[in-house]
Design a protein around this ligand. Structure first.
Ligand code: ZN
Length: 497
């Protein structure tokens, strides 16, 4: 058995390494590659992806998994070997169901569709990408249909990013959240309008960058095993557990954009950096789901980085760095500016109170398109109608409407958005649990010490990697199931407390 397990691990290491190589090609493409490299890079990335897929669905892997099954059943389910066999089994079973031809076609279409989107969005030309999007919807349905027996056609697609979650359970959770969130938002909006002009001044990029890097170093992002570069759309990526990188962007007339992007991505990266090194180059060496990943980025960005305690420590330093801009701005004024609640049309710029409404609109529209109750050609109008009814505001055009997010133009329709709100919900659950274990955490944040919180997250979440599914992890950490109560009470305390 030991020999078979070793053989499985050797094979999986190659699958992983191909994925990591692909990530490096992608990082380079998004940071430093000259435009002339695009065509060859696309070809190379699809080759590496195909090789990885072929290695994973090799019948030899299936035989090894079959042979190892009795051994796995005799193990403690919490052991690393049992987890490795369990997680690989699920990935293998999923991967063999999807014909390589479909995958290749979908990937190729995704690349073309992304390319078309980069032109159509600035041109505000939905019609130009409508046929692409129709094809994406068709591919998404084909992909879902590789998994017959689903309750909802979105289930297999949701399972790709948030394993174990289903359309129905997410829909119910989101309906409950909306029911609580909407009246809360109304209450917050009935308060006097916040003046946020202090963060809308000229802040030179080099200083912003230096400050952001100082902050995330304090939070626990390890620059010996990572680095930060600039991109259009910030992201986190990794090439091994010893090389977890982030990217950010800066807006010189808006301080909050770059700073909170940096903190957000460092949260994703600290999760990956915190995975136990013994899982290196195995299927366990990943964050476990989109939702849990987002819980970490948003915990650091919002729960910590937008808290009063945090700025009690960092604000004097920020004022020193920007004396002309912030010298006369009080801590309270600054704190309110970075937490201003105001319905807006762009998801990535939304405040904490309205953010989830943006996510739920997308989630519902995805389901409607997959179900066939919404035609792609009617998407722009449906989008506007939902913004009007949910946020009381509509974009002036499709560019800031249904063309704003890249997701549907680079991957399937279905499963792309629920993770953001699941992440907010889980962040509040996890943070509450951390405070129960260590009530001193808020005071520590107030003096710029993050070791206790970072250590608690490492012990309870990071080090496990993909060993436990999101639902299992939530159960282990909180002793219960996913619930919106901690999130609602956190929001209420922060914005109406
Ligand atoms: Zn994120």
């Amino acid at each position: 058995m030991e020999k078979k397990l070793d053989e499985l691990k050797d094979r999986l290491r190659e699958v992983e390494d191909l994925q990591l190589v692909s990530a490096l090609l992608n990082w380079d493409q998004s940071t430093y590659m000259p435009p002339g490299g695009a065509a060859a890079r696309g070809r190379q990335m699809s080759l590496v992806a195909r090789l990885g897929h072929e290695k994973l669905i090799d019948p030899a892997v299936g035989r090894l998994l079959d042979d190892l099954q009795p051994y796995a059943e005799g193990l403690d389910p919490d052991s690393d070997d049992a987890a490795l066999i369990r997680v690989t089994r699920r990935q293998y079973d999923k991967s063999v169901r999807v014909p390589p031809r479909l995958l290749a076609q979908f990937n190729e279409h995704g690349a073309a569709s992304y390319q078309a989107w980069t032109v159509a969005r600035p041109a505000n030309d939905f019609k130009a990408v409508q046929p692409m999007l129709e094809k994406t919807l068709d591919f998404s349905r084909q992909l879902a249909d590789c998994f017959p027996g689903y309750e909802h056609i979105a289930d297999p697609l949701i399972d790709y990013s948030d394993e174990g979650m289903k359309a129905e359970s997410v829909r119910t959770l989101f309906a409950n959240l909306r029911e609580q969130l909407v009246p809360l938002l109304k209450e917050v909006l009935s308060q006097p309008v916040v003046d946020d002009s202090s963060v809308h001044q000229f802040f030179p990029e080099d200083k912003q960058r230096a400050f952001g890097e100082r902050v995330i170093r304090d939070l626990g992002y390890d620059f010996n095993r990572g680095r930060q570069d600039k991109t259009h759309h910030p992201f986190m990526t990794k090439f091994s557990l010893g090389d977890v990188r982030i990217t950010t962007r800066f807006q010189e007339d808006y301080l909050a954009n770059g700073l909170f992007s940096t903190i957000h991505e460092s949260g994703h990266a600290m999760y990956e950096q915190g995975i136990d090194m013994k899982y290196e180059a195995s299927p366990l060496a990943h964050g476990t789901s989109a939702g849990v990943h987002e819980s970490q980025s948003r915990l650091w960005e919002n729960v910590v980085g937008r808290s009063r305690a945090f700025w009690g420590h960092y604000y004097p330093g920020l004022q020193e760095l920007f004396p002309e801009q912030l010298g006369d701005v009080s801590l309270e004024t600054f704190y309110r500016a970075i937490n201003k609640v105001q319905p807006s049309v762009i998801r990535t710029e939304a405040d904490q109170m309205t953010y989830d409404l943006h996510v739920m609109i997308r989630f519902d529209l995805e389901l409607a398109m997959l179900e066939g109750s919404l035609e792609v050609r009617d998407l722009p109008d449906a989008w506007m109608a939902r913004y009007e009814s949910d946020l009381g505001i509509t974009a002036k055009d499709d560019r800031d409407g249904c063309l704003q997010d890249v997701h549907w133009f680079a991957g399937p329709i279905g499963g792309s958005f629920q993770g953001y709100t699941l992440g907010n919900i889980m962040a509040a659950m996890f943070y509450r649990q951390a405070l129960l274990a260590h009530p001193e955490i808020p005071a520590q944040i107030g003096s710029g010490e993050f070791g206790t919180l970072h250590g608690w997250l490492t012990d309870n979440i990071y080090r496990h990697g993909a060993k436990f599914t999101a639902n299992d992890l939530v159960q282990r950490v909180t002793g219960g199931q996913l619930t919106i109560e901690p999130y609602i009470s956190y929001l209420r305390g922060k914005f109406l407390g």
